[in-house]
Each structure stands twice: as structure tokens, then as C-alpha cells.
Design a protein around this ligand. Structure first.
Ligand SMILES: CC(C)(COP(=O)(O)OP(=O)(O)OC[C@H]1O[C@@H](n2cnc3c(N)ncnc32)[C@H](O)[C@@H]1OP(=O)(O)O)[C@@H](O)C(=O)NCCC(=O)NCCS
Length: 164
């Protein structure tokens, strides 16, 4: 079951986010220290926007994806996807794809024309998933992030919703 998370999901959301950060730090932008430093109020405000979706198995949160709409008027037609995370115990069962589909439908329902995402250039599993969901690579940002002193490249991927 996949649904939009709310402030009531705060503790499960925070726990899963930290779990993902520790297991696959390259899949997240924020560091663990930055994530831990986010206050409950900040996270509840984000959750209450209704655009972070959670996948549940037997009432346990096992996966999530976030959709963020552009803020300035000239970016209001765009959305950013991510982070996307499925707990290892639930991977390989179609939840990642299902979360992508729910987020894409939410973007369509909001009237967004296109959705972008960034993915570590070596994350071949996620890149394969995104391509099969209709995302195309529009660039490679060198030195996109510096992780513990090591630069890493990101692929920039885009899906135009009115072309699909
Ligand atoms: C990427 C991730 C979200 C996929 O979740 P999942 O629930 O296992 O994915 P699904 O079961 O829906 O699989 C969807 C497709 O992705 C592909 N895929 C997923 N993980 C893969 C891997 N490690 N290697 C190769 N392909 C993979 C499969 O080809 C699958 O295609 P299929 O439906 O034709 O079989 C999950 O592996 C994860 O959370 N990884 C760590 C965090 C991460 O990398 N997030 C993305 C950051 S941009």
C-alpha cells in the first residue's frame, strides 16, 4: 500500500530516512548530521505538504519517495523527485517502481509538465529503473557532490509528462 505521508508518520519517516542514509549515503543529498539536525517541526511541515509518499508492508513503512515543486513562478511547471529509498528487506518486489508511478501521477495531478531527478552516476540499479520509467539523461554534472572529500558525478534525468 502506498499513500501520502503526514505529520503522524514523523517517527517512522525519520527512522527510515536515517536507515537509508546510513546504508546508502550516496543515494541522499544530506549528510547524517544534517538529517539528524532537522527539527521535528521542519519535518512535519514538509510531510504535511502531502508530496512525500510511503510504501507500507503490514503497516510498516518500508519505502519512500519525495516530490518537490519548483518555488518561483517560472519553475512552477517543474518537479524534483527524490530521495527514493526502499528498505533492503522489501527491495526487488516492485515497490521502487510503484513509488515512482505514484509520484509521477501526483505530479500530473498537480499539473506539472516535467519532472527531474539527480542520480549518482554509478547507481546503475536506480538509473535502470528511471530509464524504464521513461526518464532520459539530459546531462552529467561533474563533481555534483563532494562526499567525505571525494567528488562524485550525478546524472541529471528528465521526464516530460505531456510527451508520455
Ligand atoms: C533503487 C531502489 C529504490 C529500487 O527499489 P526496488 O523496490 O528494489 O525496485 P523494484 O523492485 O521496483 O525494481 C524496479 C526495477 O529497477 C531495477 N533495479 C532495481 N534495483 C536494481 C539493482 N540493484 N540492480 C539492477 N537493477 C535494479 C530492476 O531492473 C527493476 O526492473 P524490473 O521491474 O523490470 O524487474 C532500491 O534499490 C533502493 O532503495 N536503493 C538504495 C537507495 C537508492 O539508490 N535510491 C535511488 C537514489 S537516486
Amino acid at each position: 500500500m502506498i499513500r501520502a505521508l503526514t505529520g503522524a508518520d514523523l517517527s517512522a519517516y525519520r527512522a527510515m530516512w536515517l536507515d537509508g542514509l546510513r546504508r546508502t549515503p550516496d543515494a541522499f543529498l544530506l549528510t547524517e548530521a544534517e538529517a539528524v539536525g532537522m527539527t521535528d517541526a521542519q519535518l512535519i511541515a514538509r510531510l504535511e505538504q502531502g508530496t512525500i509518499f510511503g510504501a507500507f508492508v503490514q503497516d510498516q513503512l518500508v519505502g519512500m519517495i519525495a516530490l518537490s515543486r519548483g518555488g518561483p513562478e517560472r519553475l512552477r511547471h517543474m518537479g524534483d523527485l527524490g530521495p527514493l529509498y526502499v528498505h533492503p528487506s522489501a527491495q526487488g518486489r516492485g515497490l521502487g517502481r510503484a513509488l515512482m508511478q505514484v509520484a509521477e501521477q501526483a505530479a500530473r495531478d498537480m499539473g506539472l509538465l516535467q519532472v527531474e531527478l539527480c542520480v549518482d552516476a554509478t547507481n546503475h540499479g536506480a538509473i535502470g529503473l528511471y530509464k524504464s520509467c521513461g526518464f532520459v539523461q539530459i546531462g552529467l554534472r561533474p563533481r555534483s557532490v563532494i562526499v567525505n572529500g571525494t567528488p562524485r558525478d550525478d546524472l541529471l534525468m528528465l521526464k516530460q509528462l505531456d510527451h508520455a
